[in-house]
Design a protein. Structure first.
Length: 124
């Protein structure tokens, strides 16, 4: 029985280590929103690479979000849902997206709640 418990503990530990290593694989892209705009005006990323978007609300007095969509296709049905933040962010707060992998092409990022212009995201 002790051997079985040790195997379970070892298995759980290895699983935790593996998931930690996998989580570190994604590159974090940090963005800041101020009133009516992002401070970063354009992003250039590599196709097939994993990214996590971290967005900070810096001085906007209401909740904010984050959207990525193919250029020219900003309707909600075309949004990349993995890029949505885990939760809307209030002034001074930061939130992250799930892991996002984008194909080559042109995208836009924006916040419909702020609202912001459409910013260019190029994936090569």
């Amino acid at each position: 029985m002790e051997k079985f418990i040790k195997i379970i503990i070892l298995s759980a530990s290895l699983s935790f280590i593996a998931s930690s290593l996998f989580a570190q694989k994604a590159e974090k892209i940090q963005l800041t929103q101020t009133t009516g705009e992002f401070t970063q005006k354009e992003l250039k990323l590599k196709a097939g690479k994993e990214y996590v978007f971290e967005v900070k609300n810096d001085g906007v007095d209401h909740e904010l979000g984050f959207v990525i969509a193919p250029k020219g296709q900003t309707a909600q049905k075309n949004h990349i849902p993995e890029a949505y933040l885990a939760n809307a962010i209030k002034n001074g707060e930061t939130s992250t997206s799930k892991t996002v992998t984008l194909e080559k092409g042109e995208y836009v990022y924006f916040c419909p709640l702020n609202p912001t212009p459409l910013y260019t995201l190029i994936v090569k």
